[in-house]
Design a protein around this ligand. Structure first.
Ligand code: PAF
Length: 283
């Protein structure tokens, strides 16, 4: 049985809805999304429901995190299907502000994250990105005032950036990472996978396969440079243009040169035609 979530489109209505949820001391979890929901998002919602009594999902395609050359205009928007999925999951509130609500005329304040936002991964290729994410997520946190917020590990650097921001700004929300959900062939679920042509879709799982192979070699004791160079070669051989393929410390995201220097993570971004895929695996 599905249950229609309450849909809020202004801050006062959202506040009233969340105050209602909080009656009798219920805890609230927020799942921030840009819509075009897939099973990865559903798993975030389910984790939110395990952590908190009530769940708010935000759907807002945030112009501030897209460069003018990127896909803000064509980003998939599937509102009806999204509401259906969230109703099936019995989500309590959908927060769906318009651009003018989020960024009213005269908007002049931005959050500029440092630390994990400036380690030379996504920030090197999308310099506008984390400022846009931090600003909108900061706003979502102060609008909803959740106890918990759930982010997918697929955007691993983003997870580290918002975790740091919530701590640094005392936002009173515990950020929780949720495991990446994959298609049966290993491709990480992403709203942008719809951009892949059938031929690109067949090649796409090679990114994950190469990351797993590099992780296996590192665990087996291969030196970092050799294992990572072999992984990068596999990705290029599958037809990708590689942005980065790196071993980083799993907490700080600084480069690591040895797999036994603490928990580490392989992070990759690569382009297949016009589609840019990102992914990561633990080592
Ligand atoms: O990961 C996303 O979908 C977005 O970057 C987020 C966190 C919803 C902010 O717009």
């Amino acid at each position: 049985m599905s249950r229609n979530p309450m849909i809020a489109r202004t801050v006062p209505l959202l506040r009233r809805a969340v105050d209602g949820l909080r009656a009798r001391k219920a805890t609230v979890a927020l799942v921030p999304t840009m819509g075009a929901l897939h099973d990865g998002h559903v798993s975030l919602v389910r984790l939110a429901q395990r952590r908190a009594d009530k769940v708010v999902v935000s759907i807002f395609v945030n112009p501030a995190q897209f460069a003018p050359t990127e896909d803000f205009g064509s980003y998939p928007r599937t509102w009806k299907a999204d509401v259906g999925k969230l109703a099936a999951e019995k989500v309590d509130v959908i927060w769906n502000p318009g651009v003018k609500i989020m960024y009213p005329d005269g908007f002049a304040t931005r959050i500029v994250p440092e630390g994990p936002a400036t380690v030379g991964l996504e920030d090197r290729f999308r310099p506008h990105f984390f400022g846009g994410v931090a600003t909108v997520v900061g706003k979502l946190f102060t609008q909803v005032r959740p106890d918990f917020a759930i982010f997918g590990e697929k955007d691993f650097q983003q997870l580290r950036v918002v975790t740091r921001m919530a701590r640094d700004l005392d936002l009173g929300v515990k950020v929780i990472g949720s495991r990446t959900v994959r298609e049966s062939d290993g491709l990480a679920m992403s709203s942008r996978n719809v951009y892949l042509s059938p031929q690109e879709r067949r090649a796409a799982p090679e990114l994950y396969r190469a990351m797993k192979e590099a992780a296996r070699r590192l665990k087996a004791g291969d030196d970092v440079a050799t294992a990572m160079a072999a992984g990068a070669e596999l990705i290029r051989a599958a037809g990708f243009a590689l942005d980065y393929f790196e071993l980083r410390h799993a907490e700080t995201l600084v480069p690591v040169t040895s797999a036994d220097g603490g928990p580490s993570r392989i992070l990759a971004a690569a382009r297949l035609g016009k589609t840019r895929l990102i992914d990561n695996v633990a080592v």
